[in-house]
Write a protein that binds this ligand. Structure first.
Ligand SMILES: Nc1ncnc2c1ncn2[C@@H]1O[C@H](COP(=O)(O)OP(=O)(O)OP(=O)(O)O)[C@@H](O)[C@H]1O
Ligand code: SF4
Ligand SMILES: [Mg+2]
Length: 374
């Protein structure tokens, strides 16, 4: 069985703003195994990047502050270990790819020199060897005529090529984990697919874990093993990719799926989730999704749903609560108020969770998403 590489447990991040304390991440748990891909999906402002920044230790702090939770890398908590060891792990074993390569790369240093510097600084290579490795790496990420282009500056490359260079920078030290934050959002569709294919290919070749942050359901179907859906700073659903596409267990996920254009529904008006996500300064009571949820009931306004463990059989329990405390179907509501706080651990590989009181009704509602490509 694959080893669990990264496990984020009940992570909380706040920002101090002029208008008060904004809870940007309100208890996020997710995990990724070596050699696997976790896609983190959610609308703008849902806390995807802030979670990743807290994991990587690059949170804008102040005003940001991690106020709780754990970030376990191979079982050890990055948030509590000594600064030196944390730097060593974050420097070599984990790497991040950003959306905007132009601002992430140094504009006044040639790309070959930037890549070579990684080998000189971290691997103690001579300048000549480091330059040679840099060109090999540029070649590996399929920069045409890599040897000639190593002396060029970032602005001399197209958006897609720059993103390949970012991938090369992240890969240089052969990390165990890569977090890619919207790596293809700024590119046009064809180039998006090429860059995503390259990332998936390298992930396989080096057996890395990949956390792929995106707001685009279209890009994740082919590359992800598991999807974690975020809403208003929380995970609302986690599931293996095929299960999530076929039978979502949260109305927000269903809304996202219904918003994806489908070739077999050409000409139909596209569904849009009504309203806008809440401000982290003013979270709604109860379920944070209730003002926008087509299934909301009275209890949703007052009772915050815990992350329920979704069972395919009828029996279930509130996630993290002791076995036997659960019930099935609509009576899950009664658990919500009595659910003991969970351990904060994400579901085991292949497991599912949903932060909806009525997840079972949602699962039963329809099976019509299988045409979406899952
Ligand atoms: N430096 C900051 N100061 C104050 N609030 C911040 C800061 N950075 C992020 N936030 C807030 O944290 C929340 C989560 O932001 P985050 O960037 O993680 O969203 P996201 O899911 O990555 O969205 P997008 O898809 O637009 O990238 C937002 O409400 C945002 O306004
Ligand atoms: S608990 Fe479920 S049904 Fe209720 S508002 Fe939230 S998502 Fe909708
Ligand atoms: Mg973001």
């Amino acid at each position: 069985m694959a080893a669990r590489l990264l496990e984020v447990r009940d992570l909380r991040v706040e920002f101090r703003t002029r208008d008060g304390i904004a809870e940007a991440v309100g208890g996020v748990s997710y995990g990724v195994d070596a050699g696997r891909t976790l896609a983190v999906l959610g609308e703008s402002g849902s806390g995807k990047s802030v979670t990743a920044q807290a994991v990587m230790g690059i949170l804008d702090s102040p005003p940001g502050r991690v106020t709780g939770g754990q970030v376990l890398f191979r079982g050890r908590d990055l948030l509590t270990m000594g600064a030196r060891e944390r730097r060593r792990i974050r420097g070599a074993a984990m790497a991040m790819i950003f959306q905007d390569a132009l601002s992430a790369l140094n504009p006044v240093v040639s790309v070959g020199a930037q890549l070579a510097e990684m080998y000189e600084v971290h691997r103690g290579m001579s300048r000549k060897d480091a330059r040679r490795r840099a060109v090999e790496l540029m070649d590996r990420v399929r920069i045409p005529a890599a040897g000639q282009r190593a002396g060029d500056y970032p602005h001399q490359f197209s958006g897609g090529m720059r993103q390949r260079i970012m991938i090369a920078m992240a890969m240089a030290l052969e990390p165990e984990l890569i977090i890619a934050d919207e790596p293809t959002t700024a590119l046009d569709v064809t180039v998006q697919a090429q860059v995503m294919d390259l990332l998936a290919e390298l992930r396989r070749e080096y057996a890395m874990g990949l956390v792929l942050i995106t707001h685009d359901l279209g890009v994740v179907a082919d590359v992800a093993d598991t999807i974690a859906v975020m809403y208003a700073g929380r995970i609302v659903e986690t599931a293996p990719v095929r299960d999530l596409y076929r039978r979502p267990a949260h109305p927000y996920t269903r809304g996202l799926l219904d918003s994806v254009p489908r070739v077999d529904h050409r000409g139909e008006r596209l569904y849009a989730i009504k309203g806008a996500p809440p401000s982290p300064l003013a979270m709604p009571s109860g379920c944070p999704f209730h003002p926008r949820c087509p299934r909301a009931q009275e209890v949703c306004r007052t009772e915050r749903p815990p992350l329920y463990e979704v069972a395919t059989a009828d029996a279930t329990r509130a996630f993290g609560a002791s076995p036997g405390s659960g019930a099935s179907g609509a009576s899950a509501v009664s658990i919500a108020s009595s659910a003991s706080p969970g351990s904060g651990a994400p579901p085991a590989p292949g497991g599912r969770t949903s932060a909806c009181h009525f997840w079972k009704d949602e699962l039963d509602a329809r099976d019509s998403h299988d045409a979406l490509g899952a």
